[in-house]
Design a binder for this molecule. Structure first.
Ligand SMILES: Cc1ncc(COP(=O)(O)O)c(C=O)c1O
Length: 505
């Protein structure tokens, strides 16, 4: 049985004793003075601290124990199944981490002369080429730091394109399906567009008639995920692309669900003009807890002139940075993007190769369909769209019926999953499904782990009917019991740092 460790661990600022230390900093004042002069005199007055910072005073072993205890109260993809739908929480191969930490990568500085960073420029240049090949686009920018950031850049490029055609004022509407991730309408709104929502049809795909009615000469573009957030492939994508392009709009691909089509079909070939890639999902760099991530975008040939600067160019001998792009939207992030994240993706693609990436897609689809087939007949778990499948990377269940019968909601169900040493799936997304539980197993988990998940889901569904209190009071076996999730994000109670905590107290 799963039982998570529990420690009454204070925050690090509340522990330690005066005078303890884990590290002796060498007294280099004289050396520094010799090299650059008196630093304190060079520093502008406003940047000087009046008092030393109040740092916790602990020995090295106390620090190690503190963080080890905290890690024992946590859950991670190295421990077991992490079926967060639409998040592609796959295993992160350790070789990638080792490479990203190597001093020759970690110690270089973005202000170094390009002559001295030829190696990393080559890696970034090649990664961008590979991503262009994988997505079927012409050129890729590695700058954005997340999928949502890529979306924002993509919609800015849409703006730039319509502006250059003197159409921006007229083309003010961005179409988004009702199954889309919330970042799609948010990015479009931030870029200044009015968002028009189109409904899904009875098969869980974009309703073509509704799309035709929504499209007009005000249309700037359509943002679409394919496979969509139900895990269903939009088979009529070429027709959709035709409708959008005929109206003069652009087609944007939300690449959060790229994993199951790797090497099989390319967004560029489906007709998409702008594509973002969630490196931290598809290309196995760690994510969760807010990052760091990377959300490169690829664009069709016509749109390359708008990509952010600097562009990394290769003249056959050397790599160099090109800032001379008059139509560029400018910069979206400092320097070249999140280098260490990009390097891990480079290592992942290099180690798998084209055939390996295709196998990733195949196994992830097999796993999702295996789960759908095993879960759909469990009493209390309904499949609202296309019950017989097929799915690509994920499947979405609904416990709306179970809720009406027993009072057990998707939230309670997912809390009970935690009691079995499995991370909870995504819940309440996509919003078109009531009491949704969205499951993406990825290719990283073996059949025994998937079977354990099915057994757990069946047991919880049975408990919902027989002993609902067990489910309502879950989790019991985790280090921390049920949390008030709203409290963590409410402006009044949100506390992001120790300083903020003290202030609020
Ligand atoms: C379908 C979809 N689009 C976009 C995003 C945004 O990506 P990111 O979290 O990297 O900003 C997500 C994130 O989960 C997603 O699932």
């Amino acid at each position: 049985m799963f039982k998570q460790a529990h420690w009454d661990e204070p925050v690090i600022f509340e522990s330690g004793h005066g005078g303890r230390r884990g590290h002796l900093v060498p007294d280099v004042e004289e050396d520094v003075k010799k090299a650059v002069g008196d630093v304190m005199e060079l520093l502008p007055e406003k940047l000087k601290r009046k008092k030393p910072p109040k740092l916790p005073q602990l020995s090295e072993v106390e620090v190690v124990r503190h963080f080890t205890r905290l890690s024992q109260m946590n859950y991670c993809v190295d421990l077991g199944l992490y079926p967060l739908g639409s998040c592609t929480m796959k295993y992160n191969p350790k070789i990638n981490e080792i490479l990203a930490r190597s001093p020759s990568i970690a110690m270089i500085h973005p202000y170094q002369d390009e002559e001295t960073v030829q190696g990393i420029l080559e890696i970034l240049y090649k990664l961008a080429r590979w991503l262009a090949e994988i997505t079927g686009t012409s050129e890729v920018s590695l700058q954005p730091a997340a999928g949502a950031h890529g979306e924002f850049l993509g919609t800015l490029i849409m703006r730039a394109h319509h502006k250059l055609n003197n159409e921006l004022e007229d083309r003010s509407e961005l179409i988004v399906p009702d199954a889309a991730h919330g970042t799609n309408p948010a990015s479009g709104t931030m870029a200044g567009f009015k968002v028009v929502v189109v409904p899904s049809d009875e098969n869980g795909c974009v309703d073509l008639e509704a799309l035709k009615n929504a499209v007009s000469d005000r249309t700037a573009g359509l943002m679409l995920t394919n496979p969509n957030t139900l895990g269903i492939f939009e088979r009529k994508i070429e027709e959709i692309a035709g409708i959008i392009h005929e109206s003069g709009g652009l087609l944007y691909y939300d690449g959060a669900n790229l994993n199951p089509i790797l090497g099989k079909v390319r967004p560029g070939d489906m007709g998409f003009d702008i594509v973002h890639i969630n490196i931290h999902k598809t290309f196995s760099t760690p994510h969760g807890g807010g990052g760091p991530g990377a959300g490169p975008i690829g664009v069709s040939k016509e749109l390359t002139k708008f990509l952010p600067v600097p562009r990394i160019e290769f003249d056959g001998e050397k790599y160099h940075l090109d800032y001379e792009r008059p139509h560029s939207i400018g910069k979206i992030r400092c320097f070249y993007g999140n280098i260490s994240v990009l390097l891990k993706a480079f290592a992942y693609i290099l180690s798998l190769g084209a055939e390996g990436l295709e196998e990733v897609a195949e196994i992830s689809v097999l796993n999702a369909n295996y789960l759908l087939h095993r879960l759909r007949d469990i009493r209390g778990l309904d499949v609202p769209y296309a019950k017989d499948g097929p799915r690509k990377h994920e499947c979405v269940l609904s416990v709306e019926g179970l809720y009406k019968e027993t009072g057990i909601r998707a939230l309670d169900f997912s809390k009970r999953i935690l009691d079995h040493g499995i991370h909870a799936p995504i819940t309440y997304f996509p919003q078109i499904i009531k009491e949704a539980i969205m499951i993406e197993p990825t290719e990283s988990f073996e059949k025994e782990e998937l079977d354990r998940f099915v057994k757990t889901m069946k047991m919880i569904a049975e408990e919902a009917y027989s002993t609902p209190k067990k489910v309502l009071n879950a989790p019991q076996n985790t280090a921390i019991r049920r949390l008030d999730e709203a409290k963590a994000s409410h402006p009044k109670t949100l506390t992001l740092s120790w300083k903020m905590y003290l202030k609020k107290k």
